[in-house]
Design a protein around this ligand. Sequence first.
Ligand SMILES: Nc1ncnc2c1ncn2[C@@H]1O[C@H](COP(=O)(O)OP(=O)(O)OP(=O)(O)O)[C@@H](O)[C@H]1O
Length: 326
Amino acid sequence: MSTAPGRQLVADLRVADRVDATFTAEPGEVLAIIGPNGAGKSSLLHAVAGLVDVEGSAHLGDTDLLALPVRERRVGLVFQGQLLFPHLSALDNVAFGLRARGEGRAAAESVASDWLERFGIADLAGRKPRELSGGQAQRVAIARALATGPDVLLLDEPFTGLDVSVQMALRIELGRHLRDFPGITLLVTHDAIDALTLADKVLVLDDGQVAQVGPPAEVAAEPRTPHVARLVGLNLVPDGDDLISFTPDSVVVSLHEPEGSTRLRWHGPIATLAPHGDAVRLLVHASPDLLADLTPAAATELELVPGREVWLSAKATAVSRYAARR
Ligand SMILES: Nc1ncnc2c1ncn2[C@@H]1O[C@H](COP(=O)(O)OP(=O)(O)OP(=O)(O)O)[C@@H](O)[C@H]1O
């Protein structure tokens, strides 16, 4: 366990022209960092880990993280494609960090063995990484990061590249371990499910800047960036100083301009048309792009095909309206 639990992280980090982000994280909190490709998510984690040049500040309680040499930062890393040491067994991989910190072999192996047990892979202790499946190797990598009792755990897309069923099992397991973890977890993910199920707080990064921070349910209900809206399956349209969001199934699709006074109407060509659950989901190149779900019968009736111009409208009662910026 961490030697110094209970310390808040207060960070104001700038990485070249890629990241300029201020955020805080509470002890025991899982902060999910989401945003489009190239938003700067990995750069932000690398900055905390000390893997890139960074300006600004990062304090963990009274400790100035950036002033500490990298190996003295109590930070656990699980990065995309990060390899285990190929020549070490699973047990020795997990024990490595403890050994590097000066623990004796027996003590380090006992802690490592305990962590393999907690991840349900004690029987794989003697295997080399090449003898492990992707999911097993990732369990070893996460156990290795947690075994040293870090103050901050950095997870960068920890489930990428794994089968969906393995991802689900590992997500549940990780959630269990994170609930007991007294340190701070920064979890970079492109998956709304990770953010909604594992995180206490979500930070949305857009072009290196913090676009939104809040509890997962709030970010999902009132997204402020098109990327997050799409992640949670909502349409998002700017309207003056406000944003409005609405579900694809609340959109009415027609071939002619809707009558009535609603301002909430758009038109454009159908870009794609695909099954979505029991419905047919359209992506329409309006301004902005919008999703609309309708029944297969309605799609056939309207003779909808890609390229066809359609009108979309949303009932005022079906939209959620909120300020674009807090
Ligand atoms: N070492 C580097 N030197 C210069 N530019 C970099 C470096 N690493 C990343 N970048 C650029 O900085 C931007 C942010 O990259 P970063 O990998 O942090 O984003 P990301 O949000 O993690 O993206 P992804 O989801 O694709 O992994 C990108 O435009 C990327 O090309």
